[in-house]
Design a binder for this molecule. Sequence first.
Ligand code: AMP
Ligand code: GLY
Length: 436
Amino acid sequence: MKILLIGSGGREHSIAWRLKKTPGVTLISAPGSSALATLGEVRPIAVDDVKALTALAKDLKPDLTIIGPELPLVLGLADSIRSLGLPVFGPSAEAAKIEGSKVFAKDFMVRHNLPTASYAVFYDPTEARQYLKDSSYPVVIKADGLASGKGVAVCGKLSTALEALNDISSLETANRIIVEEYLAGEEVSFFVLTDGTNILPLPSAQDHKAVYDGDRGPNTGGMGAFSPAPLVNDSLSELIMDTIIKPTVEGLKVEGTPFCGLLYAGLMITLSGPKILEFNARFGDPETQVLMPRLKGDLANTLLLAATGRLNEASLEWDPRFAACVVMCSEGYPGAFRQGDVISGLKKVASNESVLIFESGVTREPRKNIIDGTEQWVETAITHGGRVLGVTALGDDLETALKISYQAASNISWSGVHYRRDIGAKALNRASLYQK
Ligand code: AMP
Ligand code: GLY
């Protein structure tokens, strides 16, 4: 099967790694990365260049196109490749609005009676400022459009909220601002594959959004993940399917925008049940980096079945072990970050079979090195992004998976490297409470 994979991050690296386990799969990635180049061909076309990517699909005629990131989905790449008569895993621009516009998503939730935080929408920052002055705290402020997880601020008091409002209003995508009720609880990422009608749930996962330990600091794209999430037992999973996932898939279909692809519900598990924080229209990053190593069976064919309306024929099996991923970042991320630093330790870790490195922001360049006393040009891994790489490991329990990931992460370094030291800590603490 010839597959065109759009994207270049750790999510796409893990999907590509899994796809290549199916015999006969050939892969072309765009724009790809140095890691993806080890798994197939790469074509350096930016993810927002819908015209060039469509031309590439027309030329290659892939059996399946998989669209990784949200931006090309929101820009209509799935529609334009589908209009060539080619199967695509990824929703139409209209269905991807569920991620692309938070105002659309909140209004959709209200229309379909889905559980979520109460909210108010503002077109004018002055009105939002007044509303914040009259609010009780904490509150959550969100920009309407795509912001790579960075257009949201949880604010404990008025002064922080006013500052956050200024920052968020200055984002390009913030033509509308949402002020939302704060939901207390634990966050869970719930993924399903759907062809618009049939639904295949994937195992649960938890991400860690804040940049620093203890969930402190600004939100990021995600600093680490594990799967399964022990919090999501069978009955909670059933409740999420019945009260959130099924009505969402049905609602999108009824509104004439059926969703074909991966539907990601970002949930807060509150004392009064699961509530929706957000929807995403694609695989999560870094959650995918803990799902792919647990996936058994044929990913390529399953995604093709989803893309062609036959997901009812699909089934997937999962490794019962836990997977954990620690994301290593550049200094400064999620703000302006440094890049171009030499990464050391990758080779040593790569030789450890129980560890997988999925690269998000790594490039390879020839650099001068002294080998056996002589100066030589050597291909060298260099940081090239905010999130640089994720270190994933499997273990019989969460503690073991985390231990192996952290052990491997401690062998990788570059100037200014930062990663959270408490991925999975909450789940481990909860487990130890139950054991007492
Ligand atoms: P979103 O992009 O809407 O998922 O928001 C990013 C992150 O902000 C979420 O993953 C949560 O950590 C946090 N967040 C968003 N909305 C709320 C809320 N209503 N209550 C508490 N935390 C929230
Ligand atoms: N891990 C959060 C996201 O993919 O949006």
